[in-house]
Every structure is written in structure tokens, then in C-alpha cells.
Design a protein around this ligand. Sequence first.
Ligand code: 5GP
Length: 205
Amino acid sequence: MSKNLLELIFKPKLHSMAAITSSLLRNYAGSASVRAFAFANVRVPPPRTFFNYNPVSFLLPFHSRRSFSRIGVTNDEEALAKAAAVNADSEAPTIFDKIIAKEIPSSIVYEDEKVLAFHDVNPQAPVHVLVIPKFRDGLTMLGKAEERHTEILGYLLYAAKIVAEKEGILDGFRVVINNGPGGCQSVYHLHLHVLGGRQMTWPAG
Ligand code: 5GP
């Protein structure tokens, strides 16, 4: 088929598509109410915690930028956990004592005389709730558990189930306890992470 014949067949279609597109843009994008609606409904996505701006990342091909950033955040978490480990054996109060005392605010999901459950300030899943004993009793970490703690340890798991129920994730959720610097623990007051609202992957990182 000659070039001229091809142009004859396709050009009118291209012209009419362009005309429709530009008329749509004129009619809708130009309207002040539509612009206002679009503006009001813009949702800024929450920061993705694996993303960490790195000034040299633009030098990398796209596929390696994300993993490079992940490593950056992982190292930050590990460094934080290592720095926090000095409190592993100390009876020093933690940020969670202030949360229990309501000296700093938290978004509480469940509370009774033994435990407090509140949303994590840096969620790693659509649902991310921390469950803590109100009375720490030496349980800076799970590794410090003794026989006298069995009742509260069992109760914390039960509270995790209550949280999952309240958050509507009973059909699929994960409970995590980070222990010590090797486990990336950063707050030395025993706590369970209850995570859900998305498909969990395995093995955990
Ligand atoms: P870890 O790393 O020790 O297993 O978990 C500690 C968790 O506590 C982290 O997920 C962190 O985001 C959370 N966290 C630390 N400080 C606060 C705070 O002030 N408020 C809330 N809601 N969570 C916190």
C-alpha cells in the first residue's frame, strides 16, 4: 500500500481523535467547578517507608533505585535499634510510659487494666497497632521473660486478637515481636506489633 493511501485512511481518524480530546479538555478541564472538585479530591499518598531520598539515586537505573533506598532505611532502623539497645537492661522509662500516662497522645484501639493498644506512629501496613503491658515488670523485651510473666504474655496475645477483631482484619493478620538489636527493637518496653490490611509476604524481613 502506498504512503499516500495509508495517510488517506488513517489521517482523518487521527484528526477526529485529536478534535474529541481537545474538546473534552476544553469542556471539562476548563470548568472552574471541575478544577475545584479535582483539587479538593486530590489525595496525597502517604510516604512509603521504604523510600528514602538519596542524592545519588538519580545516577542509578530505575530498577536499582528502590532496592538502594530500602537498604538505606534498613540500615537506619538497624542503627536506631543498636543505639536503643543501651536501654535493654535499664529500668529507665520509655516513650510508652508517657503514652500509658496519656502525657503524649496516641490513637487508642483498645485499653483495659492490663494492656494498652494504639496505632503505631510509623505504620508498616494499613493496620499497624502496638499492644503493650501497662505494667512493664522487667519486660523490656521478650528475652527478659520469666515464669511469672506467663499470664501477661498470654493476655497480650489475646489482646492482639481483640485488636484484629476491632480493626476488621481477623481473617488475616500478623503479630510480630522484635527482640533486641538483632531483632530491630527500638523501644525497650515489650510490645506486640499487630499488622494487617494487606497481603503479608513470607519470609518476613
Ligand atoms: P520496635 O522497633 O521496638 O519493635 O517498635 C517500636 C515501635 O514504636 C515502632 O514501630 C515505632 O514506630 C513506634 N513508636 C515509637 N515512638 C512512638 C510514639 O511516640 N507513638 C507511637 N504511636 N508509636 C511510636
